[in-house]
Design a protein around this ligand. Sequence first.
Ligand code: M6R
Length: 365
Amino acid sequence: EKGPFEHFMLKEIHEQPLTLRGTMLGRINDGNQVSFPELAHAAGAFQQVDKIFIVACGTAYHAGLVGGTVLEKLTRIPVQCDIASEFRYRDPIVTDRTLVIVVSQSGETADTLAALQESRRQGAKVLAITNVPTSSVARDADYVIATKAGPEIAVASTKAYTAQLLAFYLFGIYLAQERQTLSAELHAELIKGLKSLPVQVEKLLENANQVKLYAESIKDAESLFFIGRGLDYAVALEGSLKLKEISYIHSEAYAAGELKHGTLALIEKDTPVIALATQMDLYEKTVSNIKEVKARGAHVMGITVEGNVGLLNAVDEICFIPPSHGLLAPILAVVPLQLISYYASLALENDIDKPRNLAKSVTVE
Ligand code: M6R
């Protein structure tokens, strides 16, 4: 039931502090080591892995894009992310040393399931990250990590996405512990950061009102741009999908450094741009890109980490996320984007939980 919330989507957005806690529960032990009781039968199985594919659709694919960066950083194993409907038909190079990670909230997405089955036929081990432990994907995989987000009813995925990101962080640290590729300092910093996330998301939700006003201001926009670099680009893709899916406003996510290779031509006076600048190693570069769109008249909403008040000089509006390790920032940065789509759609009086033409679970090709 929706309780005090008008829509399941809003309820699910607000459940995230709880679902993040649930997904973490029992997976970080007293010594701050990540352990997955459900991977006990996998002991040593990942030692020989020399390549990882992450395969999924839609929002789950966007979680995979973040996950891929995280896994590469923490384990130094090369990772490639693929859309399931592409992967299954492109004859990917899969061997018995390949780990294929499929991500699916429902565990019933036809293309993701087919990609899983094909990968196993070719000798890969398959790990499923899914929200439904009784699903077809969970049944057919070698290993399963359950995202404990609880049933997700709204077609637009929110709490499942953040739970998928969390599953990737935990699995990345787990794999790095096994392969000893993570320094004690970074390990400690990430664990501390993970434990802070639920309270930080709570704080973001308490400040939803400012984002709501912004969302109402873009409801009549013809088109919007989401820009960012590195992990911010991956989050931009998710923000753009969410907005299209339920508000029906066209938007495009762009790697900020790629703008001047074509897309900048579309920026004119008052074009709304949502610029993510949460990755401090890329911060100055992103600010230069924000200046490029501002110079063409764009109206920019900047999303950055608390303390970066200097960004106020380069943008029209700003939304701060609590400080965290850059790798973990996507869980925080996506929350205002979820709220922007929700409140823009609310202002447009759309059927938020059941957007036109879409189904919660895509069980046909
Ligand atoms: O159940 P799955 O995670 O496999 O679903 C994949 C996509 O269909 C899904 O994430 C879709 O993109 C969402 N409606 C996005 O909000």
